[in-house]
Design a protein around this ligand. Structure first.
Ligand code: CAA
Length: 381
């Protein structure tokens, strides 16, 4: 077993780290307060090749592996998890699915600008009555000549307002249950496509999350991804990679929390000495370090399996389940170490805590990850 990263992987990590410090860190508190989308930062991330990291250069991507993607996601999310999720959705949920399952036409027309960062994508699976129970899609897509006519509503859509294209799951044949669901690329400008108001969220506030509506929205038949009836499998296969991205985002939040707690504990004095001298603080820091390392091992394992072309859905679920759990725990402990200062915006850790919670919810709740893992175990035995 080799635990060393390649020089190229380390270079990607360092580039992401430098970019995060130079371009993201300073504005993160203000953007969180104002719930302001990081448009300029996202544009620059695109120019760096960070929005289509794993896409082949043939389609405008950087042609990197999943390990590099995880390293970059950790560095970006360590500084601002809102930027992390925008990056994660475009890379894992949008570009990955289009490259793997899209037609040549779709790859040329949609994947290429998405991978270059010229356009931004969203992934629209969740509905008001189909969250964890994602097979219960109510949005419909009826064939009408060379078009599909979409009607329905999606919610909790990351990049909802800021995206140019959305991958939309909709039912093309109700009789077939989840085998009657299909995926379409829908352009923002298409008539009948509406973007709702931005949700006022607890965390990742500068990312944009909104509902999408479809009212007799006519989508050309050539925008069908893969084939009719494969939309649910498309969503599940794509989400497996997405879960690696969210695990990396969670690790970034956990590491950011630990770094802040370490720094603060060496500066803050109480009872005549630095609080880093107290075992109560030291043990919290030790536990954080162990948890972060364990989360990284799980996440890099899932990424390595994906890169090796092996099955990775169970490992991706394990990585997300554990990394999101420890992100919340590390952020909570970092707040505790900061005491009252941890409860105010200036010291960052309160944002880490607010940001951490969503990693246990989106791209499959922790309960869904346990379902995926336990089903895989039972199938393997
Ligand atoms: N990988 C690949 N395929 C999977 C899969 C996985 N992890 N999990 C399920 N499937 C496949 C099954 O193999 C089955 O396929 P076939 O019928 O073709 O053989 C199909 O999906 C249905 O599976 P089940 O029969 O097990 O259906 P179920 O209803 O009992 O369970 C579920 C399905 C696992 C609960 C699924 O609905 C699920 O994952 N729900 C969570 C949805 C989710 O993650 N939503 C996130 C929204 S996107 C988001 O958050 C993005 C964002 O903006 C940040």
């Amino acid at each position: 077993m080799n635990f060393d990263f390649t020089e190229d992987q380390l270079m990607i990590r360092d580039t992401a780290r430098e970019f995060a410090q130079a371009e993201i860190a300073l504005s993160s508190i203000e953007r969180d307060i104002k719930a302001e989308f990081p448009s300029e930062i996202i544009k620059k991330l695109g120019e760096l090749g960070f929005l289509g990291m794993m896409v082949s250069p043939e389609y405008g991507g950087a042609g990197l592996d999943t390990i590099s993607y995880v390293l970059a996601m950790i560095e970006i999310s360590k500084v601002d998890a809102s930027v992390g999720v925008v990056m994660s959705v475009n890379n894992s949920l949008v570009c990955f699915g289009l490259e793997k399952y899209g037609s040549d036409f779709i790859k040329e027309k949609y994947l290429t600008p998405l991978a270059k960062g010229e356009k931004l994508g969203a992934f629209a699976l969740s509905e008001p009555e189909a969250g964890s129970d994602a097979t219960k899609q109510k949005t419909t897509a009826d064939k009408d000549g060379n078009y599909y006519v979409l009607n329905g509503m999606k919610n909790w859509i990351t990049n909802g307002q800021s995206s140019d294209y959305a991958l939309v799951m909709a039912t093309t044949d109700k009789e077939k249950g989840h085998h009657g669901i299909s995926t379409f690329v829908v352009e923002k400008e298409m008539k009948g496509f509406g973007q709702g108001k931005k949700e006022d969220k607890m965390g990742i506030r500068s990312s944009d999350t909104c509902s999408l509506t479809f009212e007799n929205c006519r989508v050309p038949a050539e925008n069908l991804v893969w084939e009719e009836g494969k939309g649910f499998n498309f969503a599940m296969n794509t989400l497996n990679g997405g879960r690696i991205g969210i695990a990396a985002q969670a690790i970034g939040i956990a590491e950011g929390s630990m770094d802040a707690a370490l720094k603060y504990s060496k500066e803050r004095k109480a009872f005549g000495q630095h609080i880093s001298n107290f075992q109560a603080v030291q043990f919290k820091l030790a536990d954080m370090a162990v948890k972060i390392d364990a989360a990284k091992l799980l996440t890099f394992k899932a990424a390595a399996l994906k890169d090796a072309g092996q099955k990775y859905y169970k490992e991706a679920a394990m990585a997300k389940l554990y990394s999101s759990k420890i992100a919340v725990e590390c952020a909570l402990d970092a707040v505790q170490i900061h005491g009252g200062y941890g409860y105010v915006r200036e010291y960052l850790v309160e944002r880490y805590l607010r940001d951490s919670k969503i990693t246990e919810i989106y791209e499959g709740t922790s309960e869904i990850q346990r379902m995926v893992i336990s089903r895989a175990l039972l199938d393997e035995k």
